[in-house]
Design a protein around this ligand. Sequence first.
Ligand code: GLU
Length: 308
Amino acid sequence: MEQNEINYQVIINEIYNTVKTQENIGEITTYIPELAKIDPEKFGVYLTTIDKDGYGVGDWQTKFSIQSISKVLSLSAAYKLIGDQIWDRVGVEPSGNPFNSLVQLETDDGIPRNPLINAGAMVICDMLVNHLENPIDDFLRFIRKIANNPAIDYSKSIVESEKSVGYRNVALCNFIKSFDNIDNHPEKVLNFYFHMCSLEMNCQELTNTFMFLVNGGLDESKEQVLSVSQAKRINAIMQTCGFYDESGEFSFKVGLPGKSGVGGGILALHPGKYSIAVWSPKLNHKGNSYRGMKFLEHFTTRTKLSIF
Ligand code: GLU
């Protein structure tokens, strides 16, 4: 089916109604106390096409904690600032392990497998702390600019909530530091990391923010924020590493580059065509939104618009 022949609104409405009437399996995130307060039945979808047409259904206007989806944005900021040197300190291979795992770091000499797991995102945060004068403010400015949206912000309550229980993340950062792959004091890196994870957006804002990866690196304010080749590489990493140790499954069932977060969001995109965000807080046992995965599987099956 050609993109301009598709009635997206009808399709997303129908899939939404189908998925909503089915069982909503899984658990919401409880290890971050603030996230445990979210209504598990929230369910929103938004799609933005390359031509700037937008289609929403359900709770697409409600802001939520994008959590690890932000790791793609910090990676993009670092890639823009530093270029290919970032790959000296972080790999590009799927980890096949949970997002917060420590085990591979021991055998890999403190080089995280990829930038989308916690360990890799912390190394990226460390690079940004090295290069930015005020990392927390400067990163937010970067996001607002690529999204062309000054309303995007951090959630202070999520930052504090994560800090109050961040034992494993503290351990990860210190462990990587012991291999000399963190330059700054772990507290400084972690403070930035927790802010980054606390970014809040609604589904529409999320799709707009990621249009630069649909558009070959051209952001919403019309700046070439990444080169075509850099955008391609980030999409490749999302394809292979974006869904924890379920990245193969997502690729198999949905066939799009994407990234999930423990707040129940999934952002997926088709280069040159569209970006789509789904938010439903109940997560499957691998930590990905149960309904989000289901919705997107139906969506690419129905429209035949996967990258494969
Ligand atoms: N802030 C979360 C953590 O570090 C991010 C987890 C995620 O969304 O994958 O534990």
